[in-house]
Design a binder for this molecule. Sequence first.
Ligand SMILES: [Zn+2]
Length: 83
Amino acid sequence: MRGSKKRLMSLEKMVGKYTNDWMGEPRMNRVIQIAKQLKELESEVNQLKKELMSIQKICEHEFQKNDHINVCTKCQYIESLYW
Ligand SMILES: [Zn+2]
């Protein structure tokens, strides 16, 4: 009995190892997926920033005083009063 129990335990260990390997792989894939998505979002943010800047460049600003900054009510362009 003791022998078969031992064999069962080592079998569980083996299965556990494979399970861990199997669990590890998708997690790594997820990391790669996240990194890829971050890169994509980063370039999207940059694209949107560029678009916003080009809109703000041609905007005829209508500033609203807001503490120490002026904020354009049309394009949200921020102008610091300290500059
Ligand atoms: Zn503006």
